[in-house]
Design a protein around this ligand. Sequence first.
Ligand SMILES: [Zn+2]
Length: 415
Amino acid sequence: MKRSRNLFVENPPLFFLLTTITFIMTTHAQPQIARELFDRYDKDKHESITSRRFTQSQLLEWLKPYVEKNVVAAESLGTSAEGRTISLYTFGAGPTKVFLWSQMHGDEATATMALVDMFNFFSKNPDHAAARALREKLTLLVIPMLNPDGAERFTRRTGQLIDMNRDALALVTPEAKILKATRERFQPEFGFNLHDQDPRYTVGATKNISAIALLAPATNEERSDNAVRLRAKKVAASLAEVMRQFIPAHLAKWDDAFEPRAFGDNIQKWGTSTVLIESGGWLNDPDKMFLRKLNYVGLLTTLYAIATETIDDADIQAYEQIPFNTKYAFDLLIRNAQLKMNDRVPAVRVDVGVNFEEMMMNGAVQRSARIMDVGDLSIYTAYEVRDAKGGVIDTAKVGIERVISFDDLNRLINP
Ligand SMILES: [Zn+2]
């Protein structure tokens, strides 16, 4: 001990070098992999995907080359209510099985794009350390689109109008039966339940938009931990570390109340350590290309941690300390409007909160605006804030949660 201390005292550069190397090897391994994947993303991603609105036939076109080149193996698991084939894509032949399922809600496509990017990475870089480790140590079982009927119309529910994430017990939909049967068949150790949340959530007490929310779902009303959930929390902690690296102020935790009918909660209960990833919103990125990239980097980095068993070192506190999703933001917040009721009541100054909705009508996207709130909205944030400079809003013409025409909205913003 004495000698080595003297050695370092006499050789400060050596001391510096050794501590630096040790630091990089222990503390910095995961951030460095995440940074590398993040920086080189543009050459590894699937270039043809430019919108989060796509149908199953488009997805199949993107996936076809990976099947033909034997990067992944494809297998039919059955069909949706409207007869579309639901497929499983398998990568790797390792002993640890990881199950990833996306788009059980047809309009939640962000992670689906990231999964295609992941296959593209495997295809272009078979000798990369991450690709090799995943292939040798893991078997990835991927269902990129569980609800192709909903995806066809870009809606949440299945062809039978059922929310399949409330069908894990009743199992009346073919899609839910397929998901459950696939888990039972492979008994995977790890699971990733991939969704999109309302982009208007904010993080804890801040006004920051929640870009990504994570959850290691509970398996009972008491939300108690067992070995399966604790392992899921380690996975969530690994994901949290990646997200903190790139979006430190925009990471939230999803509501951890037990939902007895949901798949995440039940798959955790059935023995697969499961983490929910919810992609929220990001400013000036309606197609969520940045969140797609974060899903990709987070998933690959965490899968690498599982493959190399460094996941065991993850600090659960990194997950536990994440603030919950809280109140909503508005799409548009109009400050300084004059609210007029009638001639007897003087006009008052108010804020107006507006949300936009998109619906598919005859194959085209229809946009509408709805006034969600009026009054003192100073505690809320928004994707866009405008000053009405005293523009008048008339209670005879508008209502809360009622549609407002774009003409009326423009008159309010530009009096
Ligand atoms: Zn969902």
